[in-house]
Design a binder for this molecule. Structure first.
Ligand code: ZN
Ligand code: ZN
Length: 246
């Protein structure tokens, strides 16, 4: 099975060499010609500032578990994010959300592989945060898949788009307070018991802020019988935490 995934990965890489040849790319962060994600944009990215909570991954004043996670432990074991949601990464994610930039997703996934290796999580299956039917119809694709699928391929993780679904439509989380975010996504997802039972699942989103969406997904997966849930977002929008994060 692993051999097949390796071959799939090489075919995928070969496909992109061909696409770059036919359609010369430009950078998703700064529009520079010649690459899909340039070295300058890559250098500008910033890891989540330490110290941060061991569970929800938000910056705080000391190591350990934050008060919020202590009071209401999330359903996921741990939530980590590759970079802070700002600058060129913000532009790149916008580009993936509103223009189906497959090549950019692939380039960002390639940059994320090392980070995913360092996390050293043992995962049986990867699921993207699903879009609602209505949003999927409007957009035609799930932007999370643009980088989550090639990341899963590179890591030889199984990628499943049908193990987790939206149970109902939700409004955008942008501009909502932490409580409003939690209410908005409460019971918004449902997992397929047959697919997730007994498995260690990694749920991936493009941007997370409080982690409410990923936690709601984790809850559905645990209720569906998953043994453990890990959560990863490409970028983290840092809320004001009484901390200067700039
Ligand atoms: Zn660039
Ligand atoms: Zn926490």
């Amino acid at each position: 099975m692993h051999k097949i995934r390796r071959i799939k990965y090489y075919l995928y890489r070969f496909f992109w060499v061909g696409v770059d040849f036919l359609y010369p790319p430009f950078c998703g962060g700064c529009a520079k010609k010649g690459v899909r994600w340039c070295q300058d944009c890559q250098k500008s990215i910033r890891a989540i500032p330490e110290p941060k909570c061991d569970i929800c991954g938000l910056p705080q004043l000391k190591n350990g578990i934050c008060l919020s996670c202590e009071k209401n432990p999330p359903f996921y074991k741990v939530l980590q994010s590759w970079v802070v949601f700002e600058g060129p990464i913000r532009k790149a994610l916008h580009q993936m959300k509103y223009r189906q930039d497959l090549g950019l997703g692939d380039s960002l996934a390639a940059e994320m592989v090392q980070y995913a290796n360092e996390l050293n999580w043992h995962i049986d299956m990867v699921v993207p945060v699903p879009l609602g039917k209505k949003r999927f119809r409007e957009r035609g694709y799930n932007q999370v898949g643009l980088f989550a699928r090639p990341l899963a391929l590179a890591k030889e993780w199984r990628y499943a788009t049908n193990a987790l679904k939206r149970a109902r439509e939700t409004i955008s989380q942008v501009g909502l307070s932490a409580d409003e975010r939690e209410n908005n996504v409460r019971s918004a997802f449902v997992a397929d018991h047959k697919k997730v039972a007994g498995k260690k699942i990694l749920v991936i989103d493009d941007v997370s802020t409080t982690g409410a969406t990923l936690n709601s997904c984790a809850k559905a997966l645990i209720n569906g019988g998953a043994s453990e849930v890990y959560a990863l977002s490409l970028a983290r929008a840092l809320p004001h935490h009484g901390l200067k994060t700039v």
